[in-house]
Ligand binder design. Structure first.
Ligand code: HEM
Length: 397
């Protein structure tokens, strides 16, 4: 197709209209298969223009994921389970063990070798997620490593405030079963977690940044009391924000119903589950300052924001958390791979939903309930929500 024809087609069909609609457009341009490369750009069969034609096929995977895994675009259990599966597959990587002949990485081995890897305790509930992803990968002829990575970018985008994650495609479908014992557990000490994450190549700062994942997380395996099913780790589990960093630093007073569960410590809000490992990392001298900087506020000079001269404006820090998380996840997604051998298909990833809420102290509590552990750095103050102490609702099923 000549370039002029293609431009005319695009204008007629209005295909540039909304990046949010990526992959859900029903416009099909006959005769170009999965896409054609036009020099530095490619035209996909749904009319979208991206950089590489080999990435076009991912557009048709988006609606399948949204329908079959994410319950029509929700930030819910499917979203959380995909993120957890992504982490558990990727962190099964250890240069120390690789040197000893045992392997891992974000290679999709949790899908390819699910018979073995779902026997690992942290993976025992991930079977349905793994099977849903396996089916979509096979149907679309993509590798298990790629589908895990891509599903994570699409799922997270359903959570308001989440970053738009990088997506590098083209991993082969060969993988080796992960050695057991590499996934951090809720009863691990800060030292054990930092050593494990360090072995996989992550600094203590990056480890804290990755724990932003727990802003959309909940438990199902640590307290089996039905009243505590899907008890979330912060009060806003359907939003990707910095609340988990704030709430893990609030004084603990209460266990979840039927608790304490396994490795549960006191949380500040009824219905909220606090894991011992999050508690420990928020208070450990190696990680407490990064933790506090993730819950903290930015103090921008008005000049940066074109506001009234000589005033400072305090705003929430969720955008910082999201960008730090994005960087750490980008590293996680290529552990064990040379990123230069992969195709950057990030322009296929749908735009995440914008965030509407700001960091705050939940109702019934005050800034005085915050405990700081970063020596020499005072805790910031946050807006205090009105109203009494409320029970945190379970995360979405
Ligand atoms: C490094 C220390 C970490 C430990 C000890 C840990 C441990 C846990 C545990 C025990 C649960 C509850 C599972 C259940 O009861 O069903 C959980 C939930 C979760 N974790 Fe982590 N995790 C860690 C880091 C991460 C990271 C880095 C990510 C992602 C990048 C992640 C993503 C999640 C998600 C999304 C859930 C929620 C699952 C759901 O709601 O169904 N975790 N984590």
């Amino acid at each position: 197709m000549k370039f002029a024809t293609f431009v005319a087609l695009s204008v007629v069909t209005g295909v540039f209209a909304s990046p949010q609609d990526a992959g859900t457009s029903t416009i099909t341009i006959p005769g170009i298969g999965d896409g054609i490369q036009l020099g530095p750009i490619a035209l996909c069969s749904n009319g979208r223009i991206i950089r590489r034609s080999q990435c076009c096929k991912w557009f048709r995977v988006i609606p399948q994921l949204q329908t079959e895994v994410f319950n029509n675009g929700q930030c819910h259990k499917g979203t959380r389970r995909v993120l957890q599966t992504f982490f558990h597959d990727a962190i099964g990587f250890s240069p120390a063990l690789t040197n000893a002949g045992q392997f891992g990485s974000l290679d999709g081995s949790i899908i390819a070798h699910s018979g073995i890897e779902t026997t690992f305790i942290p993976n025992r509930a991930l079977g349905p997620t793994i099977e849903a992803l396996r089916s979509i990968a096979i149907r679309n002829g993509v590798s298990f490593g790629d589908i895990l990575n891509f599903a994570n970018t699409v799922g997270l985008g359903n959570c308001p405030g989440a970053p738009k994650l990088e997506f590098l495609a083209g991993k082969s479908n060969s993988s080796q079963v992960s050695p057991p014992g590499l996934i951090p557990g809720p009863g691990n000490s800060a030292t054990t977690i930092l050593n494990r994450m360090g072995d996989a190549g992550f600094t203590s700062d990056e480890t804290v940044d990755l724990l932003a994942a727990h802003t959309i997380a909940s438990q199902e395996a640590l307290n089996l009391n039905p009243a505590s099913a899907r008890a979330p780790f912060d009060s806003t589990p359907a939003v990707f924000d910095s609340q988990v960093f704030i709430e893990v630093l609030l004084k603990g007073t209460v266990f979840t119903t039927g608790g304490p569960g396994i490795q549960e410590v006191l949380s500040p809000l009824p219905g909220e589950f606090r894991m011992q490992s999050d508690f420990a990392l928020a208070r450990d001298p190696r990680t407490s300052c990064r933790w506090q900087s993730n819950m903290s506020k930015f103090d921008f000079l008005d000049a940066d924001l074109n506001l009234i001269a000589n005033t400072h404006i305090i705003i929430g820090n969720s955008a910082l958390v999201a960008s730090r998380f994005r960087a750490a996840v980008a590293k996680l997604s290529v552990l064990g791979f040379d990123r230069n051998t992969l195709d950057d298909c990030s322009d296929v990833v749908p735009n995440p939903r914008p965030q509407a809420t700001n960091p705050h102290i939940p109702g019934g509590l005050t800034n005085g309930d915050l405990e700081g552990f970063c020596a020499g750095t005072p805790l910031p103050t946050f807006p205090e929500s009105p109203g009494p102490l409320a029970t945190v609702a379970a995360a979405l099923p």
